[in-house]
Design a protein around this ligand. Structure first.
Ligand code: FEO
Ligand code: CA
Ligand code: CA
Ligand code: CA
Length: 594
């Protein structure tokens, strides 16, 4: 068992100042290495990356684009499996102008999505990690936009999931828009299919049977990718059911490269940010999930069967079925009034359906799971400010959710105590003045306390532990910690915990003039609310998938979309990070003590 409290879990560090450097900036006394980057070889047969000669076949054998989620599963003392997903592609930054025809670009893009499993070994310094040589890494895997997935759970085989290529509705090719994720206690990785609507276009009219559903999911058929031109399943006019096969949580078993990854329909269909599992006291697996859209909801799933913690294949086989049966809930937050000086209150989990019984009048189990947003709309849950990563803290048993922002709060979405800001202060350039804008621009961190500390309970307490922004802005709040001593933080996105239960927060789209970054904040004791910035990422990038190893000696982050700024192109990049080429390459980085 790992020693608790080592490394960055307890070490003091001098916070990184807000900055706009085109690099990964870490505290004095730390260094960071690129572990694996876009295009790196994963197999003996992988060609070396050549930006001028990319092919769909080579992309399928190389590390994909725009790594987001990061899981690190230890294998013995000196090895680990890195599992990442590849959310989306940015063709303007991936391809030299005029070098490729548009069909080839689309095919390469499809293969550059998905997930990667990469074997790692400890490096020469404590806390450092390197990629195992591809020929010696039998567990390496690429899952792409065409990899075969099994659809499982109660909605598998539903007529709405059937297509001309899959008349049984049980086998889907590929995964797209994979955002955050989580590692399960049984050693699998969950990844959320988020903005899947953007992958679909239309050549004619839309199927009138699905008008309401398409509208609720943003399926307008105006996807800008034009993938329908190279594969008709992305054309809603030709294959109206294909979008029902996306928007799920996918589960991958990285220990078996030949296993078929699965789409878990019992966890509902929405713009899944990710899913993180805790085992409740009664043994049930509880998955917390956010639907990342302005005004959408927070969900949880509670399994019917209980987790089997015994070693061996039989237990593992049972655990692999835990997510297929259970109950799906959506959250309602009630404030206790702001007279007490804090945004807090109580809440309830409203059940939507079990695997056998729907609790939504007029909707079947499959209806609720496929059109989860429509089902939830009928029970008046709380419309949240873009619920992103939500994760149980294994040390204190509370649950933490990043609510990134909502520029429309206070206008199209009325405020409530859980989403209280109708205006907030941002700055457009580092050192510039704070300006008041409408809506919640900098986000919150929501803390949920399950009743009796029981993850399977249907009631909870809650509070906004952080109201993010510049500490100089009067609306900000850092759990009561003295504001002069905290780092400015804006647009929390992914969350993680170290071995002592500190919350780590990565940001996306920070609105304070600095690049995005990673922050540590204790959640208990005298340091509760003491937000300190641990690193910043290069120009145009967001910080993703933070992971702190249990020994506290390694901090992994995914640097997603470096160089993605207005007007940037392959020939005129705004970032050339990590400096190996004259263009930017998304990559996973590990930081450790020098
Ligand atoms: Fe892909 Fe919700 O961020
Ligand atoms: Ca209150
Ligand atoms: Ca995210
Ligand atoms: Ca996370």
């Amino acid at each position: 068992a790992a020693r608790r409290g080592g490394g960055v879990a307890t070490a003091a560090f001098t916070p990184v100042a807000p900055n706009t450097a085109d690099r990964v900036t870490v505290p004095r006394g730390y260094r960071s290495d690129v572990v694996v980057k876009w295009g790196d070889r994963l197999f003996k047969r992988s060609p070396a990356f050549d930006v001028d000669n990319q092919t769909p076949e080579s992309a399928a054998l190389q590390f994909g684009y725009n790594n987001d989620y990061v899981g690190v599963l230890p294998r013995g003392r000196n090895r680990a499996l890195l599992v990442t997903n590849h959310e989306y592609t940015d063709e303007n930054l991936m391809f030299p102008t005029g070098r490729y025809d548009s069909a080839t670009i689309k095919q390469i893009a499809i293969q550059s999505h998905g997930m990667s499993v990469v074997e790692l070994q400890r490096g020469s310094r404590r806390g450092s990690w390197t990629q195992v040589r591809p020929g010696s890494a039998p567990l390496n895997r690429r899952i792409t936009g065409t990899t075969k997935f099994a659809v499982v759970g109660p909605a598998a085989g539903d007529p709405r999931l059937r297509t001309s290529a899959d008349p049984k509705g049980r086998t889907v090719r590929g995964t797209f828009g994979n955002c955050a994720g989580g590692t399960t206690p049984w050693g699998t990785v969950l990844s959320g299919e988020e903005n899947f609507n953007g992958y679909f276009d239309k050549s004619g009219s839309l199927d009138a049977r699905y008008t309401r559903s398409y509208a609720r999911y943003g399926l307008t058929g105006s996807g800008s990718r034009g993938w329908g031109e190279v594969d008709p399943r992305f054309d809603l006019s030709k294959e109206p059911h294909e979008p029902f096969r996306f928007g799920w949580i996918v589960e991958v078993d990285p220990s078996d490269p030949r296993s078929t990854p699965r789409k878990q329909t019992m966890l509902g269909r929405f713009k899944h940010e990710g899913a993180n599992v805790a085992i409740a006291r009664n043994g049930r697996a509880v998955a917390y999930m956010g639907d990342d859209e302005r005004g959408d909801y927070i969900y949880k799933f509670v399994s019917r069967r209980t987790y089997d913690g015994r070693p061996g294949r039989a237990a593992r086989r049972r655990n692999l079925e835990l997510l297929t049966e259970g109950t799906l809930y959506v959250a309602r937050f009630t404030g206790d009034g702001t007279g007490d000086g804090v945004y807090d209150g109580t809440g309830e989990w409203i059940r939507l359906t079990s695997d056998t019984t729907s609790y939504v009048p007029g909707m079947s189990v499959a209806d609720v799971l496929i059109d989860t947003r429509l089902a939830a709309d009928t029970v008046s849950p709380t419309k949240m400010d873009r619920p992103e990563d939500i994760e149980p803290n294994p040390v204190n048993g509370k649950v933490y959710c990043a609510l990134t922002n909502n520029s429309n709060r206070g206008t199209s979405y009325p405020t409530d105590e859980a989403n209280p800001l109708a205006q907030s202060r941002t700055r457009s350039t580092l050192g510039g003045p704070l300006e008041t804008k409408s809506g919640n621009r900098n986000g919150y961190v929501l803390e949920i306390s399950p009743a009796g500390g029981d993850h399977s309970a249907t009631t909870f307490g809650w509070d906004l532990m952080l109201v993010c922004g510049d500490p100089d802005a009067p609306e900000t709040y850092f759990a009561g910690y003295p504001k002069q001593q905290v780092s400015p933080i804006s647009c929390p996105d992914n969350v993680a915990f170290d071995s002592v239960g500190n919350l780590w927060i990565s940001t996306d789209g920070a609105q304070l003039g600095s690049h995005d970054g990673l922050f540590r904040v204790p959640v208990s004791g005298s340091q509760r609310g003491h937000v300190q910035q641990f690193l910043t990422v290069p120009t145009g990038a967001e910080t993703c998938g933070p992971l702190i190893t249990d020994d506290g000696h390694s901090v992994f982050v995914a640097v997603q979309h470096p160089g993605e700024t207005d007007g940037a192109t392959f020939e005129n990049p705004s970032s050339t990070w990590p400096g190996t080429d004259d263009f930017a390459r998304p990559a996973v980085v590990v930081t450790y003590q020098d």
